[in-house]
Design a protein around this ligand. Sequence first.
Ligand code: AKB
Length: 321
Amino acid sequence: MVAQQAPPPRVLVTGSLGQLGSTVVNTLRAKFGQDNVIASDIKKPTVQQRSTGPFVYADVLNYRALDQIVVDYGIDWVVHFSAILSAAGERNPALGLNVNINGFQNVLELAKAHRLRLLSPSTMGAFGPTTPKDETPDLTIMRPNTIYGISKVHMELLGEYYCEKYGVDFRSLRYPGIISADSPPGGGTTDYAVDIFHAALKSNRYTSFLSSDMRLPMAYIDDCITGTVQLLEAPQESLTQRVYNVHACAFSPRELAQEICRQHSPDFAIDYSPDFREDIASTWPRTMADTAARRDWGWNPVFGTSDIVREMLSKLTPVYK
Ligand code: AKB
């Protein structure tokens, strides 16, 4: 008798029009089939975004509407990207709390009700000023002082609680800053590390809102997507914990600018005008220890700082020609 292959999972991606969502959707569609990955957001997709597979309106604050999508589309897994990032959360704390806390609780309740696998990313922003800054371990002091950080600690703890208490297959990874040429970042403290490339190609100068030596963990989008999909697909038995640090490289605005000078133009000029985001960044790690992610599900980033600069320049140069 020939063994029957398990059908591919049907996956719902919330916040799919954000910085990471569209790339994850495309990667999952290539793996599981176009119609098995349902993209969703509250924004209107472009014609191109609509053309690659199913897209639905989904407000994560509306439990019944989400419930209906899960039932109508026979969803098995949810990748929950809808979130208000660190700088946007400080600008609008009420919105940050609502989306990050109530939105997550809705998705978690759905996962419990329908036995879904739920991957909801966390962030280095879940750490705070009293956390050890170098080689920050998975398990350490977590007293963040931003709405974003507080809501992500809430998410991590509640996800672990539902996993322990109700068997919800909750998974999370703490992202560093993510660098991508495809879609713009939306309201983070690490956005400077994307903005700088656009400015370099447009005007060959950039004013950084973080100070010259503010070193932070970063990762290139390709590593981030590979890692996210690896954790999503990892067998339950391989997971020894539910929340994992992931680290790829670390640089400061000055170090990034030096590499841009080297690869793009020696005349590239940077100056510094730190704003409120400097206070946020100053509470985050400089490097994170990620041995558990490497051991349990194969996290293995390949892009370092100079690779990221090379990729960003080669992708964005044609846009500004
Ligand atoms: C932000 O800067 O808020 C995000 C993050 C580190 O989670 N990029």
